[in-house]
Write a protein that binds this ligand. Structure first.
Ligand SMILES: [Zn+2]
Length: 582
């Protein structure tokens, strides 16, 4: 086994020789990174190797990609792969393909090469290093064949970095202290679902209650005192050495959207649990009580009411929601009582703000920014505020055959113009995004000019002034478009939520912990809402984002992240907890 110290002390030739197998047939990569030694950590070495690739010319990058073998290709069958590739392909069972799987992969390899001019690269050892299944490999291959060339080139390089990361772990004998435990837990509760063939865990269903009781059992085994509160939050407490200490809260939600991913929310519960497990094993206490809350509900799937868990903790649970019904006609009150909870006890969940030091949430990014920056972690600056509206347009329904083009009052054509205007306007602001997600011509017919059209409008930005300026401009433009087309617009506000800025003091402490792990601090806003947004009503908040794979996709079964990123996130959070200063 090699050590980082040996790599730092070796002469350049020996350094390059030791790392020759990390990037397939490409010694120029360790050659270019060699001068940056000594590396303070494995993370720093990985970043230096990645930078050598990212700064190389496109020809060199293509050369690197083309030096990789096809998956289950001719070279694999003929036994002509490098030792590393042979063992990786064998780990996913690619050496045991059926005849039809070989045929499928052969065709995919040929189609991919013809479309992009380089071979398909996939780290077949997968997110936890245990190997993707052949089915997963073929599904990924099929999906990526439809991408654009530039995006696919970047994805191949990212997969090569992931392959290199796994090879480095092997070379240096790296054992993950947290990553595999966290991924293993995520896999177990990721199987418990309201639906037979995807992950759906809605508020107070059987799968949801089973997940809550498993989280409670695990928290106890990690050394925490645990209770499930009246709204269904699983609350674990790792007590400080001194009983009168204040409490730092972390956590996230364990409910999911329909057909969601297994990391969304749950990572933010399981990752700090793995940290407490280690603290407890070492008998180490923190100078404050650490609470991990698995929030019962954030996504709003069952009762169309979001942040139930975190709102209860801040004392903002709206009791009128208890009379809301799900699609099967069950009220929230009935669901709570059925699950053994006492709805009357919900107000008592509210925390006293004087006892709470702050709330820090770990969450997958649910977007591509960290992935494209080549960084595992980011510090969230603010959770975007959002404005949502329903726009109803009224023109005049008339005959599609007899009404001349110049005499129409077409509500759908006005909607189309509005959608494109929203897209153009929202290109103009930092972190500003605008979406028309619902569009309807009620009672429309193929031969009638649309007299009515309904559309939704969702505008978000991390900076409230940026968002409100965009809303103003969009309203003016809607008025202009409608005046020109003799269409009337009625706009109803559905949501107006202010941005929740993160506390600079907590951001700096998270950033310092990231830098102590020899990673650069990288700040980014969150376009999605999170429990931290609700918790901001009670205390100072901060968030640590962890990189997602698969183009940053989330709220989708393709959501993914790696055990190595979970590991570095856990190490950074442990360092943050140990060094936390009020
Ligand atoms: Zn979430």
């Amino acid at each position: 086994m090699t050590t980082l110290n040996e790599l730092n002390a070796a002469d350049s030739a020996a350094f390059v020789q030791t790392l020759h197998g990390i990037y397939e047939h490409s010694p120029w990569i360790p050659e270019r990174a060699a001068a940056q030694r000594p590396f303070a950590s494995l993370a720093a070495l990985k970043l230096a190797l990645q930078a050598a690739v990212d700064e190389a010319s496109e020809d060199e990058q293509l050369g690197l990609i083309r030096s990789h073998p096809e998956l289950a290709g001719k070279a694999a069958i003929a036994g002509e792969l490098t030792a590393e590739s042979t063992s990786e392909q064998a780990k996913s069972g690619l050496n045991a393909c059926s005849a039809s799987e070989y045929a499928t992969l052969h065709k995919l390899n040929a189609d991919y090469n013809a479309r992009f001019g380089f071979p398909f690269i996939l780290a077949v050892k997968g997110p936890d290093g245990n190997g993707l299944t052949r089915g997963e490999i073929i599904a990924t291959f099929t999906r990526r064949l439809k991408q654009q060339r530039a995006g696919e080139l970047a994805e191949c390089l990212r997969q090569i970095h992931r392959i290199a990361e796994l090879r480095l772990n092997e070379l240096l004998g790296v054992k993950l202290e947290y990553g595999n435990v966290i991924m293993g837990w995520l896999d177990i509760i990721g199987e418990w679902s309201d639906a037979p063939d995807n992950l759906t865990c809605a508020y107070l269903t059987r799968a949801h209650q089973r997940t809550a009781s498993q989280l409670a059992d695990w928290m106890r085994a990690c050394g925490m005192e645990v209770q499930i509160d009246a709204v269904g939050n699983v609350v674990g407490r790792y007590a400080a050495a001194t009983p009168d200490a204040k409490t730092l809260i972390t956590g996230s939600h364990y409910d999911t959207v329909r057909d969601g991913g297994k990391y969304d929310g749950r990572l933010g519960i399981l990752l700090p649990m793995a940290i407490v497990r280690r603290l407890h094993a070492k008998g180490e206490r923190l100078p404050y009580h650490l609470e991990i809350i698995g929030f019962a509900e954030e996504e709003g799937v069952r009762f169309k009411s979001t942040f139930l868990g975190s709102n209860a903790v801040t004392g903002r649970f709206d009791p009128s929601l208890l009379d809301r019904h799900d699609d099967a006609g069950v009220s929230m009150r009935e669901a709570l009582i059925g699950a053994g909870h006492d709805p009357a006890a919900i107000p008592a969940i509210a925390r006293n703000r004087a006892d709470v030091l702050g709330f820090v949430e770990v969450h997958i990014e649910q977007g591509p920014v960290l992935l494209e920056s080549g960084l595992p972690l980011g510090v969230v600056t603010a959770i975007a505020g959002s404005s949502r509206y329903l726009v109803e347009l009224t023109g005049l329904a008339s005959h599609a055959g007899t009404t001349p083009m110049t005499m129409r009052r077409d509500a759908a054509a006005a909607a189309a113009e509005i959608i494109l205007m929203v897209e153009q306007r929202c290109l103009l602001g930092a972190s500003l995004v605008g979406t028309v997600g619902q569009l309807e011509v009620p009672g429309g017919s193929v031969n009638v000019i649309p007299g009515h059209c309904k559309l939704s409008l969702d505008i978000r930005a991390a900076d409230d002034a940026v968002r409100l300026a965009a809303v103003d401009d969009i309203f003016q433009a809607i008025a202009q478009i409608c005046a020109q087309r003799q269409v009337e617009a009625a706009i109803t506000e559905i949501v107006s939520a202010k941005a929740a800025p993160c506390a600079p003091r907590l951001m700096d402490q998270l950033g310092a912990a990231i830098e102590r792990a020899s990673l650069p601090r990288f700040d980014l806003p969150s376009g999605a809402g999170h429990d931290a947004m609700a918790m901001a009503a009670l205390t100072n908040i901060a968030m640590l984002f962890v990189r997602c794979g698969n183009g940053g996709i989330s709220h989708n079964r393709l959501e993914t992240m790696t055990a190595d990123d979970a590991e570095i996130a856990a190490r950074v959070m442990l360092d943050f907890f140990r060094n936390y200063a009020a």
